[in-house]
Design a binder for this molecule. Structure first.
Ligand code: SAM
Length: 253
């Protein structure tokens, strides 16, 4: 999964937002950075490049991601960790960053409370979360393709997980419940550019948990063909481009 994720989705969907978060992180001049849900390390690499003297600790709950990321961004200390139970002492970081990870945490207030515990007083928590599914044209097209391929019981992963924590007022309330002072909430729309809908479909169908959902429904080459056909009908042939909206939040411990 990390290989397909890194090859087909990171350059299109994740790198543009990693560049944004990196610029916001650099403006805080952090010395000790903890990254949660670091995945294959796109944000990690950018942070190491922009803040070479900072100590960067990168974590993810998935061992395969940690193994991939530690090769891609060896300048960070990599460690397997669930954001809800961080294996670090209190007050050890002045910045915690997380790109498109908080939506995956089953107990967000618990995770945010852990983040606050490992931050030094006045330290910052900087992260992003996707807007509603309808604001991400690539994933609207993907979901339409899945619904055409599986008219009964289509996979709902994108609607319920990546785009299931899409109300910034709810996110800010969860931060406040964990004791954070919310400093900034920003809506950000960036343009994604992919070589083709076939590449996008490969990324989504093999580099995300949709892979398991499709396999469970007996998916095969026909599913991929249907998804590509629907995505092409909506996004066009050849290189494709579409807006993607996220919220970026900064909170102080
Ligand atoms: C959409 S990916 C984002 C990865 C990376 N931040 C990026 O921008 O490419 C979500 C990541 O969250 C991780 N994750 C899911 N649940 C987690 C948890 N409870 N604690 C830490 N990481 C988690 C997954 O393993 C996955 O790598």
């Amino acid at each position: 999964m990390p290989v397909a994720y890194e090859r087909y989705l990171v350059p299109v969907v994740f790198r543009p937002f990693a560049e944004d978060l990196t610029a916001r992180a650099a403006a805080l001049h952090p010395r000790r950075i903890l990254e949660l849900a670091a995945g294959t390390g796109v944000l990690t690499s950018a942070l190491l490049a922009v803040a070479p003297s900072a100590e960067v600790t990168a974590t993810d709950v998935n061992e395969a991601m940690v193994a991939f990321g530690s090769t891609r961004a060896p300048g960070a200390v990599w460690r397997q960790a669930d954001a809800q139970r961080l294996p670090f002492p209190a007050g050890g970081f002045d910045l915690v960053v997380c790109q498109f990870g908080v939506m995956f945490f089953p107990h967000r207030i618990e995770a945010f409370t852990e983040v606050r515990r490992v931050l030094a007083p006045g330290g910052r928590f900087l992260f992003n979360t996707w807007g509603p599914l309808g604001t991400h044209a690539f994933e609207v097209a993907l979901q339409a393709g899945l619904e055409r391929a599986f008219p009964v019981d289509p996979p709902q992963f994108f609607r319920t997980v990546p785009h299931g924590y899409a109300d910034p007022a709810v996110v800010a309330a969860d931060l406040a419940a964990a004791g954070f002072a919310v400093e900034d909430v920003r809506e950000l729309t960036l343009q994604g550019r992919a070589a083709s809908t076939a590449d996008l479909a490969t990324g989504y169908l093999t580099g995300t948990p949709v892979r398991t959902a499709v396999e469970e429904r007996g998916g095969g080459p026909a599913v991929r063909a249907t998804v590509i056909d629907e995505m092409t009908a909506r996004l066009g042939p050849g290189p494709v481009s579409a807006p993607m909206t996220a919220y970026v939040l900064r909170a102080a411990a």
